[in-house]
Design a protein around this ligand. Structure first.
Ligand SMILES: *Cc1c(COP(=O)(O)O)cnc(C)c1O
Length: 427
């Protein structure tokens, strides 16, 4: 196949595919890809630290970092070095054998989180599924729930992934519509309301699955004390607390885990995204010993989960977070960033909220589309993405510097000023 590609963003460039003239490069994705994303109009070709470059050499500050998967910065040299070294040595052997890489990775992950055991998977979705399977089996083995009757409780506005069971727990109509039937025994309660949890629990309840801060839901912070109160209720009712920290974990919110803000130790913990250092999909389900013991050989697994390449990268990703104090950086820089963003005066902004470098700007979506803001941010060299049509997510790599954040604030301020003027003209 001959791809004579010619890129450009503003003209309508062409390329040839097997000698046939076709339109711009992104249209290759449109023509051959499924239509399940609506990317912003930019073609990225390179990344380094907090920056990425497009095919025309324009530089962008990445304020999205792949939904927190790139907390260590793009192509982090320490991680790339470990990746390439391990890739040349041993990469994938399956879990049919021991390797020298998996043990140290699981050990450090358990030590840093206070959990007893860890089960490696690849994506966040898989690790959440693992947690749900563990919780159900625990309820049958340890709580005397009748076979096939175990219940899982989750929250409105949650995001735990896209598998059929997990979208069965979603309250978002678009994620569910057309994908049923869903497994039985799933229940949804309002987020941030501990009393609702207490009321929803029955003798059949196995677990409460919760994000300490909702990410995809729009950077939603529950009231102070919510998680601690939920942990108490779960303990009293012998219900497992499963914390989904795929996005909030690993320093993102200013502590190593978001649970740490309230001194909560969950029964099961789910990590992903940044665990792969922005290079690979690496996830973990971690748990207290009694919960993890429900799994025996053959009960659960993954061909790629815990492979030496992933384990080596995951171990280095954890080391970097602690050695370079990324959680502390996130807390400190996040505080200043939040304050600066709040100083932007615009009638288009409804709320600015967040914790650490995990910040959302909620806009008046009836006056301006969140996507329009993201497109204007792109024009001034900032990558971001809206969530739920109303919130602009700002979650840069945790390696970002204060001056780079200040630069971002000024660009964001400019975008809101210009938009405000044009909105006023229209109305
Ligand atoms: C992204 C995310 C997931 C799913 O992770 P994938 O790697 O996309 O499967 C699960 N839970 C939360 C909280 C997430 O943000």
């Amino acid at each position: 196949m001959d791809l004579g590609v010619e890129y450009s963003r503003f003209t309508v460039p062409v390329f040839t595919l097997n000698g046939v003239i076709m339109t711009v490069e992104p249209s290759l994705e449109d023509r051959y890809g499924a239509n399940n994303y609506h990317p912003l109009p930019v073609v990225l070709v390179r990344g380094e630290g907090v920056y990425v470059w497009d095919n025309e050499g324009r530089r962008y500050l990445d304020m999205m970092s792949a939904y927190s998967a790139v907390s260590h910065g793009h192509c982090n040299p320490r991680l790339v070095s470990v990746l390439t070294h391990q890739a040349q040595k041993l990469a994938v052997v399956s879990r049919a054998f021991h390797t020298d890489q998996l043990g140290p990775f699981l050990a450090l992950a358990c030590e840093l989180t206070g959990m007893d055991r860890a089960l490696p998977m690849n994506t966040g979705t898989e690790a959440v599924e693992t947690a749900l399977k563990a919780a159900r089996k625990w309820a049958y083995l340890n709580k005397g729930v009748a076979d096939g009757q175990a219940e899982i409780i989750a929250c409105q506005g949650n995001f735990h992934g896209r598998s059929i069971a997990i979208v069965g727990l979603s309250s978002e109509p678009q994620y569910r519509k057309g994908f049923g039937p869903f497994p039985a025994g799933l229940k949804i309660i309002p987020y941030g309301d501990a009393d609702a949890l207490a009321q929803a629990i029955t003798t059949r309840t196995a677990a409460f699955l919760v994000e300490p801060i909702q990410g995809e839901g729009g950077i939603v912070l529950p009231p102070d004390g919510y998680l601690a109160r939920c942990a108490e209720i779960c303990r009293e009712c012998r219900v497992l607390l499963l914390a989904d920290e795929v996005q909030t974990g690993l320093g993102r919110t200013g502590r190593f885990l978001a649970c740490d803000h309230e001194g909560v130790k969950p029964d099961g913990l789910i990590l992903g995204k940044a665990l792969g250092g922005g290079l690979l999909p690496v996830s973990l389900f971690l748990a207290r010993d009694q919960l993890m013991r429900v799994f025996g050989p053959g009960d659960h697994g993954s061909t790629f989960g815990g492979n030496p390449l992933a384990a080596a990268v995951g171990l280095e990703a954890l080391k970097i977070i602690t050695e370079e104090g990324l959680a502390e950086r996130s807390a400190e820089l996040g505080r200043e960033f939040l304050e600066s963003l709040r100083s932007i005066r615009s009638s288009l902004i409804r709320d600015v909220r967040g914790r650490g470098l995990f910040i959302g700007i909620e806009i008046h979506s009836e006056r301006v589309a969140a996507r329009t803001i993201c497109e204007r941010l792109l024009d001034v060299g900032i990558l971001s993405k809206e969530t739920h049509d109303t919130v602009i997510r700002l979650a840069p790599p945790l390696t970002i510097r204060a001056d780079q954040l200040q630069d971002a604030v000024e660009r964001i301020r400019r975008v809101f000023e210009v938009l405000e003027r044009s909105v006023r003209k229209v109305s």
